[in-house]
Design a protein around this ligand. Structure first.
Ligand code: LLP
Length: 387
């Protein structure tokens, strides 16, 4: 008989509370990333023997220290814009272009030209680009992004497959694409699919690999199969951590069934989400019509995820971490939008007051990189610690 599940270990920031309070005193809003967490994630994925190539989707967090940490663990980088490519080669001028994957969406012709000029791997997901810009693609090696006909993920806005989605070449259009590629002497060396973000189904990636491997057999020139990113993290207190061991077993099994291809992944969130916290100061505590609200010095301008996806992030009063969380508060920002709510009915200490430091958990992915200056509020600061 199995006992109750072991309690989840306390997040890293519990033990660093005094340090984080000192950091917050330098000014908020401020993101803090713990590089040790990023390194630990990288090593966990490096231990998965079935995976041959690992690209970090740097859209999740392009902070230079994060990229240095992942690159020193052997990760390649996945970029989606010329800006991201320039960021990478600005930081690492000697970086092997073969370790960079360019996976843009509806990018202008000039970005494909620039990407080929730097020698990185380039992914395309429609035949129109081959037809309209034959000189750009003639004689190139190319990765092809496939739409497997369905999307997955934590919210409709992050599903990237199926006919409602702008991404990927439908399987039904593959023959036309391959024929056009042959005419241009384009060699399809990679097959790629990324069906969405925050996919809580360990078997998803092995299914994607099997489907792509079946298609790759028909193409004949494919060397690498890229099964995307999308690995989830447990944002909610009752959520279970993603079962990386079951995931790895599934990959090993499917790789054994189709051993001829290199298996590539491109996770973003999984590598960095739990490494990061967003520190804020409480500005005002107000009760209106029976609803208590804690105001913070940033909201949807610093962290868009709750507003955009109704995403959950743990919210803690770092100044009163040992107090009972005895009252429910809505935690709101200073932005002139009713959607500027970081959390609804969150338990916080009754004594929560102006000047307290709030910690928004699991904010290392799609946090600062999606922040904005709406209402002419300043972008959050960023710091890294290691350990
Ligand atoms: N590869 C491609 C082609 C992608 O479009 C993405 C994410 C990734 C990899 C990395 O996905 P991840 O492992 O991070 O799930 N802002 C949203 C997530 C948008 C994801 C965009 N594409 C959020 O905060 O949930």
């Amino acid at each position: 008989v199995q006992g109750p599940p072991a309690p989840a270990p306390a997040p890293w920031w519990h033990a660093r509370r005094d340090e984080l309070l000192r950091v917050a005193a330098r000014g908020t809003p401020r993101y803090v990333y713990n590089l040790a967490v990023v390194r630990e994630r990288a090593r966990a994925l490096n231990d998965v023997a079935a995976i041959d190539r690992r690209f970090f989707a740097l859209k999740a967090n392009p902070h230079p220290d994060i990229l240095r940490t992942l690159v020193s663990e052997g990760f390649g980088l996945e970029c989606v814009s010329l800006g991201e490519l320039q960021h990478v080669f600005g930081l690492f001028p000697q970086f092997a272009p073969g370790n960079v994957l360019f996976t843009p969406s509806f990018a202008p012709r000039s970005e494909y030209e620039a990407a080929f000029a730097c020698g990185v791997n380039v992914t395309l997901d429609n035949v129109e680009a081959l037809r309209n810009w034959p000189e750009v693609f003639r004689g190139r090696r190319l990765w092809l992004r496939i739409d497997l006909g369905r999307g997955e993920g934590h919210h409709a806005k992050v599903k990237t497959g199926g006919s409602a989605s702008k991404f990927g070449l439908p399987v039904a259009a593959l023959d036309v694409f391959v024929a056009r590629a042959r005419e241009l002497d384009v060699r399809i060396v990679g097959l790629h699919a990324h069906l969405g973000s925050g996919v809580d189904l360990p078997k998803h990636w092995r299914e994607v690999y099997a489907e792509l491997a079946g298609l790759a057999d028909g193409i004949g020139t494919v060397e690498t199969i890229d099964i995307g990113g999308g690995l989830p993290i447990p944002y909610k207190p009752d959520a279970r951590a993603f079962d990386i061991a079951a995931w790895a077993d599934g990959l090993a099994e499917i790789k054994a069934a189709y051993p001829r291809f290199q298996l590539a992944i491109e996770p973003g969130r999984y590598m960095v989400a739990e490494s990061g916290v967003l520190l804020l100061h409480v500005t005002q505590v107000v009760e209106k019509d029976g609803v208590r609200r804690v105001g913070a010095d940033a909201g949807m301008n610093a962290l868009m995820r709750p507003t955009l996806y109704e995403a959950y992030h743990g919210i803690h009063n770092l100044s009163r971490l040992d107090d009972a969380q005895s009252l429910a508060f809505d935690v709101v920002g200073p932005i002139c939008e009713s959607g500027d709510v970081l959390g609804h009915a969150r338990p916080l200490p009754a004594a929560t007051a102006e000047g307290d430091v709030l910690l928004i958990a699991d904010a290392g992915a799609y946090g600062h990189t999606m922040a904005n200056t709406y209402n002419l509020r300043e972008l959050p600061q960023e710091d890294t610690i290691d350990g």
